[in-house]
Design a protein around this ligand. Structure first.
Ligand SMILES: [Fe+2]
Length: 357
């Protein structure tokens, strides 16, 4: 399978992964052939793209970091917590999401060599919950490289999953505003980490490490963040980790006020903020585990060739294994090159995504 951006979809392409709406309802099943109507729906729901199967990609398997079933289960559990918070729910002192977070940690611990390889196929209306699950997954992946024990990884995952619970108490008009925010509106947004912290302290028996993750997720390494303007080690490590995961996943999502960045653009942004916005140690681990060109991406090389990324290597994120299928605009019999190992391609670099293929 391979990833095709929504702008490049054509009738007759065959869906390689099912698509779900925000409420977890199946929208299009695996194997469906795209019609004009389906393409219009995919556009309307602002999916970034879809995975398709075709001759050059049918043997490429793309495995998500966690199972689709666990992802959907976690999103459902999270939506219940959000709805309870919105309704001013009574204290129950028990978080029903603990089991799912433990399952996520177990799945990720079983696949420690795995990189974040999959582009999340989310519709616009499922942003809050799918974003929160992604932030938890990426934060746990980083936490694993930092050698945290399972108990602590669960605490990190819980905090990361609920990092934005405080947004429940912010007006939707401000959260979804399409134009620039006024100073006053931004001041209101800035209260959500503290509001989230206060809410979980009040309602849930949540470990302190999870709570501070919520409180610190918008603090910046150089002190320019909010709500407290903490610096460096004044910010909890889990807060520093979640800050990177949160920004990366937000940048790669379509939002009311801007278009989604590609994974490579978002990775570059995070690298650019190393030591200023973000903890350099966290950024170092992040760049080891997040592929700028996920498996299934079509890429353009500096020698004029176009190919599909078929494998990424930890710590060599810009030197994947690539299946070349086009040379100087002409189709060729596909062959594979490893930018990491093949010495003859040492000078060849990835120039960017080959959209339109
Ligand atoms: Fe936030």
């Amino acid at each position: 399978m391979r990833f095709v951006p929504t702008s490049c979809l054509r009738e007759g392409m065959q869906l390689a992964k099912p698509l779900y709406r925000g409420n977890n309802e199946l929208m299009l099943a695996c194997g469906v052939s795209l019609s004009r109507r389906y393409i219009d729906s995919i556009r309307r729901l602002r999916y970034p793209g879809i995975y398709i199967d075709d001759d050059i990609s049918k043997d490429i398997e793309i495995v998500n970091s966690i199972s689709d079933e666990l992802r959907r289960e976690t999103m459902t559990g999270l939506s219940k917590i959000y709805i309870t918070a919105q309704q001013g729910g009574k204290a129950n002192n028990r978080l029903d999401i603990n089991r799912q977070v433990e399952d996520i940690v177990d799945e990720l611990l079983c696949n420690q060599s795995m990189m974040l390889n999959m582009i999340d196929l989310r519709s616009f209306d499922s942003y809050t919950y799918s974003h929160s699950v992604n932030v938890a997954v990426l934060s746990i992946i980083i936490g694993i490289v930092f050698n945290h024990k399972k108990d602590d990884l669960i605490k990190l995952g819980l905090g990361a999953l609920l990092h934005d619970i405080g947004k429940v108490f912010i007006s939707k008009d401000i959260l979804n505003k399409e134009g620039p925010l006024t100073e006053n509106e931004f001041d209101i947004i800035k209260t959500h980490p503290q509001k989230g912290y206060d809410y979980v302290v009040d309602r849930y028996n949540m470990p302190i490490l999870s709570r501070v993750t919520i409180a610190d997720h918008h603090e910046k390494y150089d002190g320019s963040g909010y709500p407290k303007g903490k610096k460096k080690s004044e910010i909890s490590l889990f807060g520093r980790i979640t800050s990177v995961s949160d920004v990366y996943d937000a940048l790669t999502s379509e939002r009311p006020y801007r278009k989604a960045l590609s994974p490579s653009e978002a990775v570059e942004y995070i690298m650019g903020g190393s030591g200023t916005l973000f903890d350099p140690d966290v950024v170092r681990v992040f760049t080891k585990k997040v592929a700028p060109y996920p498996v299934g991406s079509s890429v353009k090389l500096s020698n004029g060739w176009v190919g599909l990324v078929i494998e990424n290597y930890e710590s060599f994120c810009l030197r994947p294994l690539i299946r070349i299928f086009q040379e100087d605009g002409k189709q060729v019999t596909p062959f594979e090159i490893s930018l990491k190992d093949d010495m003859e391609y040492l000078n060849v670099t990835i120039e960017g995504l080959a959209d339109g293929i």
